[in-house]
Design a protein around this ligand. Sequence first.
Ligand SMILES: Cc1cc2nc3c(=O)[nH]c(=O)nc-3n(C[C@H](O)[C@H](O)[C@H](O)COP(=O)(O)OP(=O)(O)OC[C@H]3O[C@@H](n4cnc5c(N)ncnc54)[C@H](O)[C@@H]3O)c2cc1C
Length: 407
Amino acid sequence: MKRIVVLGAGFAGLIAAIGAARKLAELKIAQSEASVTVLNRDRWHAIRVRNYETDLSEVRVPLGDVLAPIGVDLAVGEMTGLDCERREIAYTAEGRPFSLSYDRLVFALGSELARPPIPGLAEYGFDIDTYDAAEKLAAHLTALPRRPDEPGRFTALVVGGGLTGVEAATELASRLPEIAAGGPARVIVADRAARIGSNMGDGACAVIAEALAALGVETRTGVTIAAIDRQGVVLSSGERIAAATVVWCGGMRAHPLAAAVPGEHDGFGRIAVDRFLKVPGDHGVFAAGDCAAALVDGEHASVMSCQHARPMGRIAGHNVVCDLIGETPIPIDIGYYVTILDLGAWGAVYTEGWDRKVAVTGAAAKETKRLINQQRIYPPRSRDPAEILAAAAPVTQAPPPQIHERR
Ligand SMILES: Cc1cc2nc3c(=O)[nH]c(=O)nc-3n(C[C@H](O)[C@H](O)[C@H](O)COP(=O)(O)OP(=O)(O)OC[C@H]3O[C@@H](n4cnc5c(N)ncnc54)[C@H](O)[C@@H]3O)c2cc1C
C-alpha cells in the first residue's frame, strides 16, 4: 500500500489532494493500493484572501465536506518536523506527538506574514494573515465603542501598502466610521516606499491613489514603524499617531518548515521546484503554492497568490501520482497573469499582464472581484464526488471575466 501525504489544505494543498485522488480514480487504483492523506492544522479550508472583508461568515469551508466524499483521509494536527531521508513527518495533535510516513509528499504549507522585531508589534499589532487573526481584529473593532474616549480610539493605521494592506485599509474606510457611529474616524496607510501600492505598477498606483483619496484614507510614505504601544505608533519620521488599531501587513514569507526540504530556496524561503512541481532529487517531494517557486510559463516565477497556488496544486496532485506509477507528468503552463485588487466602496482595479496594465476599474472591476472571492476560488461544496474530482482536472482556469459595463 502506497501513501501520498499532502501537507496543508489551503488553496494549493486542498486541490492537490483532490487532484491526486482524481488521478488515482482515473487509473482505477483502489484506495487499498494507494491512499491520499491531508495533514492540516484544523478542520477548515480557509479562503484566506477574504480575511480583509467585514463579513467573515463564509470564509471557511469544512474540509470533511470536500475530502470525505472522495475518500481522502484528513489528519488534523500541527506539523512540527519533516525528515525527507526517512520520509517521515512529525506533528502534534491535542498536545500529543504523532508521526506519519509517506511514499510521495506534496508540501503546501503556504506562507506566513513576516513579523520583524519592531518593539510592541507582537503585543499591540493586529493582522489578517489567518482566519483567527481576522476574527481577533473583528472582535477588537466591535469593542471599540466600549473603550474609554481616548485620542485615536477610532483611528486605524495599516502598516504596509502592498495588496493586502490596501485591501485592509479601503475596507476599514467604510467599516470604522460605521463602528464610530458618527464619531471622528481615521484610516491611515503607511509604507516605506514612495507610493502606496507601488508594486502594482504606475497605472494601478494612480487608480489606488484616486480610490484612497475618494475614501478619505490618509497616507504616509517613505516611513517605517519605530515602535507600537497601546496608544498608537511612532513612525521613523518621528511622527506619533494615536491609533487604537494597528494592522500589520508587512509582506509574506514561505512557511518556515519549507527549510526542511532539501535543495534550493529563494529569498522568500520558497522551495525551488521544476515545471512539474517536483523538488529536484530523489526524495519523492513535490511543492506547490506560496512555499514553492516554479516558472509558471517557462519564463515568469510563480507569485505568492491563490491565482498561482490553485493551478500549482492541481498539477502537483496529478504529477505526484504519475511519479508513483511511472507515468509522464504534466508541466505547469499558465498563459496569463492578472491582478484584481479590492478598493472597498470605491470599487476595484483589474490589471492584465506581467506589466500590470489597467484593464477595468471601479464598480465593474469590483463585480469580478466578488465573483472571484465568493465563487471562483471555492471548492465544490455539494459533497458530490464527481463534481469534486472534476474540479481538480490538471488544466488552468480561463482568466476571470472583465466586466466593462456598469449594470
Ligand atoms: C488578506 C489577504 C488577501 C489576499 N488577497 C489575494 C488576492 O486578492 N489574490 C491572490 O491571488 N492572493 C491573495 N492572497 C494570497 C493568498 O491567500 C495566498 O497566496 C494563498 O493562500 C496561498 O495558498 P497556499 O495553499 O500556498 O497557502 P494557504 O492558503 O496559506 O494554505 C496553507 C495551509 O497550511 C496549513 N498549515 C500551515 N502551517 C501548518 C502546520 N504547521 N501544520 C499543519 N497545517 C499547517 C494552514 O492551516 C493552511 O490550511 C491574499 C492573502 C491575504 C492574507
